[in-house]
Design a binder for this molecule. Structure first.
Ligand code: PMP
Length: 460
């Protein structure tokens, strides 16, 4: 070996060897992420070729469906849990349980992170959502309660039900598998019930004097006590901040500030408000824009990013943004309100101003209304022309993005072409039984289920 010079271990190599024993490879190479959390965010921004070419504009989609649990809600779930942990409201591997009311995506993200972080997860979900979402939640070992869709003022609405269950934690018998605590018991396997690795709260030692800001200064929080935690995606500001500090800055950097409009729907309003507030801030203040990457804005571009709400049929937000009155189109037609039962588009469209929407409401400039029929045709068009298999909210976003781009082009020409960014929220695989099922669409009243003709949208 000496003759090959291989025993002359230099100082650098010795140091690396030493580190290898204790230091995860990621820290040195920067190429390996630590667990599933490391896969969240930093999603690509893709040019949607078909829509860009057809409109003569640049229509870009933030590929949020590439997050590990399949939607932008991964960012939100991670932020909510981190903030709760920092505040001392949640401690992993204590049998603590995260409660949430959700139409799917947030539940799937929370249930995924609960597994990775050592929490239990209990989800309340309306019983009319695409069944594959519920199946996925079951696979992730979440406790699931299906409820009939109801108005938000009804105590049995899925959000209210989740809050009540969190408050009653300890009195409520939870079903479903518990997370395994590797640190105390080694691998216990998944037995679908109280796995060996589950630490029962009676076995835990009281050890902490840490107090939580939300609990009041005098109350001592027990770090090892199992607790119920209501994630509260609609009202919890961690949702807004996940987008203000994550999605928004990423879009600004990825476009190099060459962005004329941002278009998104609102479910909780977190994505729209958080991105809107960040993009307005950096695009309105030339000094601030340096923070986004230190580039020079394109000459001739509008200085301020325009923010447009993409609103599905039956939601009340469109009229709120346009005319200041919360009134849904279906109500105007004397029909049922959205989200009572069986909406074609899942995840966006509401009839109230949530706290997360309120936080960026003043940044929303305009709104585009999109019918179920238009969304369904756009969904198919993107599959056939781009190989993009997306969910219903992404399809609504794309219709509104096309309309916004065409309006901008009419207003200020196409040299340079307007750049419109929207959000591609989740994959079509979560919508196979509903949005991508022509029989289901026909049953739900979509007129030409099966068509992929978007000529009318391109001419609007
Ligand atoms: N798309 C899907 C599929 C969703 O589940 C949601 C959230 N309910 C949204 C879009 C809207 O995101 P936000 O809650 O940030 O408004």
């Amino acid at each position: 070996l000496r003759s090959y010079g291989l025993d002359d271990e230099d100082e650098e190599e010795r140091r690396r060897r030493e580190l290898r024993g204790r230091d995860p490879i990621q820290i040195r190479s920067g190429q390996v992420v630590r667990g599933i959390e490391g896969l969240i965010g930093n999603t690509p921004l893709m040019r949607i070729n078909s829509l860009s070419d057809a409109t003569g504009c640049e229509i870009l989609g933030k590929a949020e469906f590439l997050n590990p649990a399949g939607s932008p809600k991964d960012r939100v779930a991670l932020q909510i849990l981190k903030d709760a942990e920092e505040e001392g409201l949640l401690y992993p591997n204590t049998g603590s349980c995260i409660f949430e009311g959700t139409v799917g995506s947030t539940g799937i993200s929370l249930a995924t992170l609960a597994r990775a972080k050592g929490y239990r997860c209990s989800i309340v979900i309306p019983d009319d959502v695409a069944r594959e979402k519920v199946e996925l939640l079951e696979k992730l070992g979440a406790e699931i309660q299906s409820v009939r869709p109801r108005g938000i003022v009804d105590p049995r609405h899925f959000v209210n039900e989740a809050r009540s269950r969190a408050e009653a934690f300890g009195d409520v018998e939870l079903v479903g598998p518990h997370p395994t605590d590797f640190s105390t018991s080694g691998y216990a396997g998944s037995d679908g019930g109280q796995g060996e690795g589950y630490v029962h709260r009676d076995d835990l030692v009281v050890s902490s004097k840490r107090s939580s800001s939300r609990q009041g200064a005098d109350e001592v929080v027990n770090e090892t006590q199992a607790r119920g935690f209501f994630a509260d995606q609609f009202e919890n500001p961690s949702n807004f901040w996940a987008h203000y500090n994550g999605t928004g800055p990423e879009i600004w950097r990825q476009t190099g500030g060459l962005i004329d409009a941002f278009v998104a729907g609102a479910g909780t309003g977190g994505t729209l408000s958080g991105c809107a507030a960040y993009l307005k801030r950096v695009s309105c203040d030339p000094d601030e824009s340096k923070e986004g990457g230190g580039f020079i804005r394109r000459a001739g571009s509008a200085s301020e990013v325009k923010v447009v709400l993409a609103d599905p049929q039956g939601s009340g937000l469109y009229n709120k943004v346009k005319y200041g009155v919360m009134y849904s189109s279906t109500e105007a037609e004397g029909k049922r309100r959205r989200h009572q039962v069986d909406s074609v588009v899942e995840g966006i469209g509401i009839n109230r101003i949530t706290r997360n929407l309120q936080m960026g409401l003043q940044c929303i400039d305009d709104a585009e209304q999109v019918s179920d029929d238009e969304a369904a045709r756009m969904g198919r068009f993107l599959i056939l022309n781009d190989g993009l298999f997306l969910g219903s909210s992404s399809a609504v976003n794309c219709v509104a993005a096309v309309r916004t781009a065409l309006k901008l082009k009419r207003q200020r020409g196409s040299d340079p072409p307007p750049v419109v960014v929207t959000v591609l929220c989740d994959s079509g695989s979560r919508h196979l039984s509903k949005f991508h099922n022509n029989d289901a669409l026909t049953r739900l009243g979509v007129s030409d289920a099966g068509s992929s003709d978007i000529t009318d949208i391109l001419e609007s």
